[in-house]
Write a protein that binds this ligand. Structure first.
Ligand SMILES: *Cc1c(COP(=O)(O)O)cnc(C)c1O
Length: 418
């Protein structure tokens, strides 16, 4: 019996139920993944207890010999993985990383260009309800109406007209490849810094499955828990000349004591991503997304931009006459976990939406391949075409449960798995 189940059966019971849910459902939320047992162990370690404000060799508290070692190791591995000049591993989440990045580069009121939220950008890329939209003068760019992809010529014209200090590239719901080199050219031409937010695609970048923004961007932010499959947290990479400003913006600019337990988990995750197996994993994510997209198209669904180049698919639920909310709920009742999402030029509200976002990082971590993606696509199509059919939901839920249990889950049913 674990210490937790003995001392607090209430919380232990909830965690056990969550574990079961993660094993029995098909996890298709594009931003989620299963961290390895090793990452979970480091993240749940005694580093939880340590205060380490400052940086390695320059801490405000005593007793930080081991904190220095683990933070330095995490930094060295991040630099090796992404071939950057400088890394800060302290940001506690993607939103904080972006806040620190802006803090390092611009003053309140300055102009920044970012993709608008309803077209696939992130809240922290200038949404009016977020600190970013309140503190800075965000000029939103959009995707092309016809192709639903980024129109670099239009983005260039807007950048030359509005003269932003920063251009943000990198998204939460964009299924296509991002041309960071082209963004870099535009930034140079209009005198802006390119800030790449590669939160979603960091695992693909690490493995060479997506163009790296590092050679073209002054600052690169990323979460560590999405396709990179690490602990919940973030990382900022930068060129050498930005290093001091970035470190100051993280601490003391926007954060207090770093979460050393998470930094230990990041060190483990970067180590895992440096192994040759991770390249195979990231490649499989992309192959699986293509197979899933093909299955959905064969089933008659329309996909935003017509398909995918990465780990992510955006379904236009109008093609089956329902909202994203209805699709999400019907699938949840069938054991398939997704999220509703706006699509470009959505006619529905952000709470209802017309889209459904799907991603393959988590299922790929369970060892699934294109055959499994085809079965998953068939279940999704069946449910979305009859979202009110109780019988359909119940049948699919049973089939999905039996199917899902056959695949080990890293960190849960596969204690030594990665
Ligand atoms: C997920 C994400 C974030 C925010 O990460 P949190 O850890 O949830 O704060 C920021 N930017 C992009 C592009 C993301 O996808």
């Amino acid at each position: 019996m674990s210490a937790l189940s003995q001392r607090d059966p209430d919380v232990a019971g909830i965690i056990e139920a969550e574990r079961t849910r993660q094993v029995e459902c098909l996890e298709l939320i594009a931003s989620e993944n299963y961290a390895s047992a090793a990452v979970l162990e480091a993240t749940g370690s005694v580093f939880t207890n340590k205060y380490a404000e400052g940086y390695s060799g320059k801490r405000y508290y005593a007793g930080n010999q081991q904190s220095d070692r683990v933070e330095t190791l995490a930094i060295d591995r991040a630099l090796q993985l992404f071939k950057a000049d400088h890394a800060n591993v302290q940001p506690t989440s993607g939103a904080e990383a972006n806040m620190a990045a802006y803090f390092a580069m611009v003053q309140p009121g300055d102009t920044i260009m970012g993709l608008s939220l309803d077209q696939g950008g992130h809240l922290t890329h200038g949404s009016p309800v977020n600190f970013s939209g309140r503190l800075y003068n965000f000029v939103p760019y959009t995707v092309d109406r016809e192709s639903e992809t980024l129109d670099m010529a239009a983005i260039r014209v807007m950048a030359l007209e509005t003269k932003p200090k920063v251009i943000v590239a990198g998204y939460t719901a964009y299924p296509r490849a991002i041309d960071f080199a082209a963004f870099g050219e535009i930034a140079k031409e209009c005198g802006a810094v390119l800030m790449a937010d590669m939160s979603h695609i960091a695992g693909l970048v690490a493995a060479g499955e997506h163009q790296s923004p590092v050679p073209y961007a002054g600052v690169v932010t990323t979460t560590t828990h999405k396709s990179l499959r690490g602990p919940r947290g973030a990382l900022i990479l930068s060129t050498g000349d930005m290093a001091e400003a970035i470190d100051k913006a993280v601490f003391p600019g926007t954060q207090g004591g770093p979460h050393m337990h998470t930094i230990a988990g990041k060190a483990v995750a970067f180590g895992e991503a440096l192994k040759p197996e991770f390249k195979d994993y990231a490649h499989q994510i992309v192959v699986n997304a293509a197979a899933l997209a093909e299955g959905l198209l064969e089933g008659g669904l329309r996909l935003v931009s017509g398909g995918t180049d990465n780990h992510l698919i955006l379904v236009d639920c109008n093609s089956v006459g329902i909202s994203g909310l209805k699709a999400q709920n019907a699938l949840q009742g069938s054991g398939i976990i997704t999220n509703k999402n706006t699509i470009p030029n959505d006619q529905r509200s952000p709470f209802v939406t017309s889209g459904l976002r799907l991603g393959t990082p988590a299922l790929t971590s369970r060892g699934m391949r294109p055959d499994e993606m085809k079965r998953t696509a068939a279940w999704i199509c069946r449910v979305l075409k009859d979202p009110d059919g109780d019988g359909v939901r119940e049948t699919v839920r049973q089939e999905v449960g039996e199917f899902a249990r056959m695949y080990p889950v890293p960190g849960i049913t596969d204690a030594v798995g990665v």
